[in-house]
Write a protein that binds this ligand. Structure first.
Ligand code: PLP
Length: 404
């Protein structure tokens, strides 16, 4: 059976060059980088080299501005919690309604602890409501603005450079954080040019062909953020814990490969566009979530109206195709995704939304395979859908009333 991996926003395959680069640090060069003997120099130098590569990728940021963490979730927690701890006089936070739970749930926890949080809405295309964002800023009391760079479900890109500039013009003491977990490695980010007003940026290795278990928090020099993980002196005391040397080396290599592959993103976008075009042409009552917004080149969130996303994924899985649902059904509730709800996608479309996310390893054969099998899956599922009139091959006129 042919397998197609189209869930790269969930995680990516580790690049073979990355595996090769990290192997020595899992075998012969296993020493603790903090140890004093000569053999520890190898791991310690390798961390420094990875830091340089990552710093260069982000526009030549200082090595001491990069803190290695264990994942994107940790980086986001460290940014929000560290900002709050360092600035106890400020209790107001601005974020968006469509953040990943690694920001959203932290903000909700902070509401329970007495912080005030504005969750800025998005429009039907998933674009941030700029007016609401500007109105939410409170000079003198806003602690931090945390706005994701691109949405993991729809791929919609937020104008973070502009949002950061507006925040700083309103009050230079407002900290600006962006969760760039879905953009680092896909879009160039220059923290000393367009993104110069961003103080904190998070990302994660496993989204760009490094392994799971390594992430980064960029923390601009001079920004008021307290350490989040206390213990030893690693990462200059900002994040204690013996370094994940192999993971850090892997991330350095993955970043090097990503920069070399930036030009390949046009090819990835070509594949995504082909997938989108062919699916829309082959399957009626289908739309693309966020179609009119600027989107990541690799991401397609497509709504097949009048069917259940979970059933589509099940059928795809049986054919060896990995995709994911727009619905967050992990809790067992069949609530549609908070992102699609915030975009006011009608229920009958939100439930039938799936995400297909590609990578530089995706081939045209992969795309054509998905295009070959999906129309039949959707047609079969619609025949048994309570919202679909199998005889008329269209939505049921007397179907249950569904409110978006
Ligand atoms: N932020 C975004 C936008 C993500 O897509 C993800 C992963 O899905 C995370 C944060 C969490 O990253 P990690 O799995 O490394 O904790």
């Amino acid at each position: 059976m042919k397998h197609v991996y189209a869930d790269n926003n969930a995680t990516t395959a580790v690049a073979p060059e990355v595996v090769e680069a990290m192997l020595p640090y899992l075998t012969t060069a296993f020493h603790n980088p903090s140890s004093m003997y000569e053999l520890a120099r190898g791991p310690s130098d390798a961390i420094a080299a990875a830091r340089r590569v990552i710093g260069e990728m982000l526009g030549g940021v200082l090595e001491q501005e990069l803190i290695f963490t264990s994942c994107g979730t940790e980086s986001n927690n460290a940014a929000l919690r560290g900002a709050a701890r360092a600035n106890p006089g400020r209790r107001h936070i601005i974020t968006t309604a469509v953040e990943h739970p690694a920001v959203l749930e932290v903000c909700k926890a902070m509401v329970r602890e007495g912080f005030e949080v504005d969750f800025v809405p998005v429009d039907t295309q998933g674009r941030i409501d700029l007016g609401a964002y500007v109105r939410a800023l409170r000079p003198g009391s806003t602690l931090i603005v945390s706005v994701m760079h691109a949405n993991n479900e729809t791929g919609v890109v937020f104008p973070v450079a502009e949002l950061a500039r507006i925040a700083k013009e309103t009050d230079p003491a407002i900290l600006v954080h962006t969760d760039a977990t879905q953009t680092v490695g896909k879009l160039p980010i220059d923290l000393n040019a367009a993104y110069q007003h961003v103080d904190l940026l998070s990302f994660s290795g496993h989204k760009l062909h490094a392994p799971k278990g390594v992430g980064v928090l960029f923390q601009r020099r001079g920004s008021r953020v307290s350490p989040y993980m206390i213990g030893g002196h690693q990462e200059r005391g900002l994040r204690a814990g013996t370094e994940n040397v192999a993971g850090i080396v892997a991330l350095g290599k993955a970043c090097e490969l990503a920069v070399a592959a930036y030009a390949d993103e046009a090819r990835v976008q070509g594949l995504r566009d082909r997938l989108e075009r062919e699916l829309l042409a082959a399957i009626p009552y289908t739309h693309v979530n966020g179609a009119e917004a600027e989107r990541l080149p690799n991401t397609l969130n497509v709504a097949f109206h009048f069917v259940e996303g979970e059933s589509i994924l099940f059928e795809l899985d049986r054919l060896g195709i990995c995709a994911s649902s727009g619905s967050a059904c992990t809790s067992g509730s069949l609530e549609p995704s908070h992102v699609l709800m915030a975009m006011k996608v009608p229920h009958t479309a939100a439930h039938g939304s799936i995400r297909l996310s590609l990578s530089r390893y995706t081939t045209v054969e992969d795309v054509d395979h998905v295009v070959a099998v999906l129309p039949d899956i959707i047609a079969r599922l619609r025949r048994i859908s309570p919202y679909w009139d199998a005889a008329a091959n269209g939505p049921r006129a007397d179907g249950p009333e569904i409110h978006g």
